[in-house]
Design a protein around this ligand. Structure first.
Ligand SMILES: [Zn+2]
Length: 269
């Protein structure tokens, strides 16, 4: 391992203009070795992005959508926020959709412990900023709890993000409606990054959807497309809208991550 190799890698990862054009795939934690990481973290790279999802049905997109979407976000964000990308936590807290074919999930307390130790591990590895890109709603509470525990035990700072909650206005702007689980926004996010995993030919119409219940709960939930509001957010398959949406999600997250880190630094936390 020549020092020049490390220097080149560091220059690649640190130089602003090059970094902005570079693919997140050169920033995969699991594809760097310990000598490279020792040079980079935390002197040149203080931030790590980690996606967390699950495996469950999503209308006419693949069961791994909750892993694919935040991971692709991480790949695009990494050069823009100066981060490495950690391996995804792929099995999450699957609840009402658990009975659908090909669904895999684990219980909240197991997920929390695993997430807690994973986040604490990233802090111990030297990262000062641990940014979680959650891809699945029911992971939220245990992830927040895991992050709080890891924060109290380490010197790192933790940010948990949920892309679909951060972008309701963008969904309104692009589709003129609210979104939904496996609805316009989530189907659009997959269409933007993995169009090969979207199957419009399998979508038969609104009978494949159900609005999320006010005053009722069902186990299992009767549809895997769960609308945030009745009559809105149905899956659409417009690639242009999908790409505009995904670019907007990346921008929104870049701004949030940048602002939070700058304020942590300014406050000396
Ligand atoms: Zn999903």
């Amino acid at each position: 391992m020549g020092r020049s190799v490390l220097l080149t890698l560091c220059l690649m990862l640190c130089a602003g203009r090059i970094a902005a054009q570079e693919s997140g795939r050169t920033r995969l934690l699991e594809e760097l070795n310990w000598l490279q990481i020792r040079e980079l973290v935390p002197d040149s790279i203080r931030t790590v992005l980690i996606a967390a999802g699950t495996v469950e049905p999503h209308g006419v997109v693949h069961n791994g959508a909750d892993n694919t979407v935040p991971y692709e976000l991480a790949l695009r964000l990494a050069p823009r926020v100066g981060a490495l990308v950690a391996p995804t936590i792929p099995y999450g807290v699957t609840v009402t959709l658990d009975e659908y074919p090909g669904t895999l999930g684990i219980q909240a307390h197991t997920f929390e412990e695993y997430a807690y130790e994973s986040l604490r591990g990233l802090a111990r590895a030297g990262f000062e900023n641990v940014i979680v890109l959650n891809g699945h709603g029911p992971n939220g509470a245990p992830l927040r709890s895991a992050a709080e525990r890891a924060w109290r035990e380490t010197d790192a700072r933790f940010l948990i993000t949920e892309w679909w909650s951060l972008t309701a206005d963008l969904v309104q702007e692009i589709w003129g409606s609210e979104g939904g689980h496996a609805g316009n926004n989530e189907t659009g996010a997959v269409l933007a990054v993995r169009p090969d995993l979207v199957h419009p030919e399998l979508y038969t119409g609104p009978e494949m959807t159900t609005p999320r219940g006010e005053g009722w709960t069902a186990y299992p939930f009767p549809s895997s497309v769960i609308l945030y509001r009745e009559g809105e957010g149905y899956p659409e398959f417009d690639e242009d809208k999908a790409r505009r949406f995904f670019a907007g999600v990346v921008d929104r997250l870049e701004t949030l991550i940048g602002d939070v880190i700058a304020k942590w630094d300014r406050a000396g936390l």
